[in-house]
Ligand binder design. Sequence first.
Ligand SMILES: [Zn+2]
Length: 573
Amino acid sequence: MAAPSRNILQEQLYAIGFSPEDLKAVQLDMEVTKASMTQALEKLNRANPRVIIDTLGVVWGCPVVHLEDRDVQQNIVDLVPKELAVNFRFIPIDRSANNLIVATGTPQNSDMIKAIQLRTNFFVRTVLASEARITEALAKYYANSINMADLKVDESGYESEASKRKEIGGDSADDAGITRLANYILQQCLATGASDIHVEPYETEMRIRLRIDGSLVEIQKVKLAWKENLLTKFKIMANMNISEKRLPQDANMSISIGGKPVDFRVNACPTAYGEKIVMRILDKSSLQTDMTKLGFDLEDLRKFQESIHLANGMVLVTGPTGSGKTVTLYSAMAELNKVTDNITTAEDPVEFTLPGINQVPIRNDIGLNFATALRAFLRQDPDIIMVGEIRDLETAEIAIKAALTGHMVLSTLHTNSAPETVTRLLNMGVEPFNLVSALTCVVAQRLLRKNCVRCLVPDPEVTVQMLMDLGFTASGAQKATPMKGKGCPTCNNSGEKGRIAIHEVLVMGQEVRQAVSDKVPPMELKQVCMRAGMRTLRQAALYKMSTGLVSLREAVNGTLADNNIERSDQDAE
Ligand SMILES: [Zn+2]
């Protein structure tokens, strides 16, 4: 991976609160005291060390570990002599086969890596950590007298907690018990960062599942004797009609959990064994509207930002349901909201309200669809229009007309890739000439599950040959650091925790416009886009894999192969 230019680093540091003067002071500190950049930045105290580390990790393309979040096993620490660790300021955090992972503020320090390899015979992988946390860890783990009892990770409590919650609920349901159970379910939803709660009756029992990072995880079985009372409890909380059990009902529920207000969208739907209730959390604090934190790689972020800041045009974010495209659109609007005050949106439904933006909910039942809303907007002289989704030719044509008459139009489409989006719009019946005149940028997006940072280890199954088969160059494959989570209580032994977005950003340059006008076939269009600088979702996923953020399995399962790459290379020869 190429060394990032200084400018990108500067820009990112400005973005988190450093001034040009600060950076001069950092430079001086590094020269005079031989402090590392990480150390010098942390000393200035302009930003939280976690934010500094995350930022440097992105710019340097280096995995990050927050030492305050994890315990290190003493037997790992003991693999490296104290004076070596103190001298180079690192802490060994994990090992796998002949690899040793060390946390350091200077992950590119080749002298340090060589010295550790010489002394330990381990192959060394570095991860970036806060210098302040390394100081603490050095003091804690290399202290002269170590109390082993303090360092032992107590997993027994977790186990008993887990087995205890497998089945609760006695033979009869009492009010207090039902309230405790309902509260427990809601608390678990918040504690795990889940997006949905599923309350599902079956023939012999009920089960409660949470959607965590996109997957449903069972947290609880409930005896049938408790079924009616629990369903009624949730329906009362959502202000639903409790006597209606044969028709689906929708409602909003606003409750306070641990003093924190939380909104849910609740749906009750009759099934063969009773009503199934699904509660989707509408937690504003989970809405990430800072574009720099969406997982964009810097070059892709720059392209996307440039496109949305144009005076007019159409920018589309595409992907299947649950790919996070709404969040990307909201972040774009939040950023544009800083520079203009006439943003209007048509949404189905309005999921999050943003201050200063006119948001109109779509009401198909009274004829207010995307097309009619969009037509009305054009008479209100907006600068920026967001249309929740382009589903039909009518909406597409008005959106294009708006983009061609001096507006910036943002919208989404259900397509799998950026080039496919162009093809889909043409297939809807949009004129190629209008499309190439209006469309400025298409971003295809997916969410991948991240490796759990608490149990991150090098993935021994990934070989250099495998990476080369996936399209890496020999040197790229050598430099890659494929990692995976080996499983721990934090990630429920899945090895994965949290998600990160990957993007495919297509900027409609001259070559691509020409190819669309010429109506080239989809496969050929993709190659034109790639030649014009578009990095595919698969390539973006493999890049995130090469820095240890996601596992190879997740990168390959989560994206489609670019199986036309090799052919295009051969064609070129
Ligand atoms: Zn884990």
